[in-house]
Design a protein around this ligand. Structure first.
Ligand SMILES: [Fe+2]
Length: 184
């Protein structure tokens, strides 16, 4: 289940907001410019399906996303616990950074946490299958799917160079271990 937990950025052990209600999550995130939606999937895919099959199955979603965002390209990122670069990729996404374009993800399978750092608060969004999240350009954030990552995501890009991060050098993510529902 999707969940949003909000903290003051100097108090990682004291949530000031927590919800698993998609409408409440979307409203809270909208206030900081982050788009969050639950999309019903018209297709049932196996987690073993390759990127081409995922892209083909989700073409209507991609067309919508790319039409709304002006994005020019899309791909699929898939991580499994046995991925040889799972640890290295986790480190790459885990340090606070910004992008010069919106970071738009749709979770086809599995889940992970997008954590935004805005106006002295930390917004930890645990996203799951069927969640769309769009983090605006320039918003400080990081991503973590834990030490056994399991997710398949659609990504759309406006920047032709793909995923490019500008790290802030702030070690804040180390002070905010991501929160996940117990059953996840
Ligand atoms: Fe990012």
């Amino acid at each position: 289940m999707s969940r949003l937990t909000v903290f003051a950025d100097n108090a990682p052990s004291t949530p000031i907001f927590a919800s698993e209600d998609p409408t409440a999550i979307a409203a809270e995130l909208k206030a900081i410019g982050v788009r969050f939606e639950r999309w019903k999937s018209p297709v049932a895919l196996s987690s073993a399906d390759d990127a081409d099959k995922v892209l083909a199955a989700y073409k209507p979603y991609l067309d919508t996303l790319m039409g709304e965002s002006g994005a020019g390209s899309a791909d699929v990122i898939k991580l499994t616990p046995d991925h040889p670069q799972a640890g290295a990729l986790r480190e790459k996404f885990l340090s606070e950074h910004i992008h010069t374009e919106d970071e738009i993800r749709f979770f086809v399978h599995g889940g992970g946490n997008f954590v935004m750092h805005v106006n002295g608060r930390v917004y930890d969004a645990h996203c799951t299958q069927g969640d769309l999240i769009s983090v605006p350009a320039g918003t400080k954030h990081w991503f973590d799917a834990g030490d056994a990552p399991s997710f398949t995501c659609l990504r759309v890009f406006t920047d032709t160079s793909g995923w490019v991060a500008h790290y802030t050098g702030d070690a804040i993510s180390a002070r905010f271990p991501v929160t996940r529902p117990v059953a996840a």
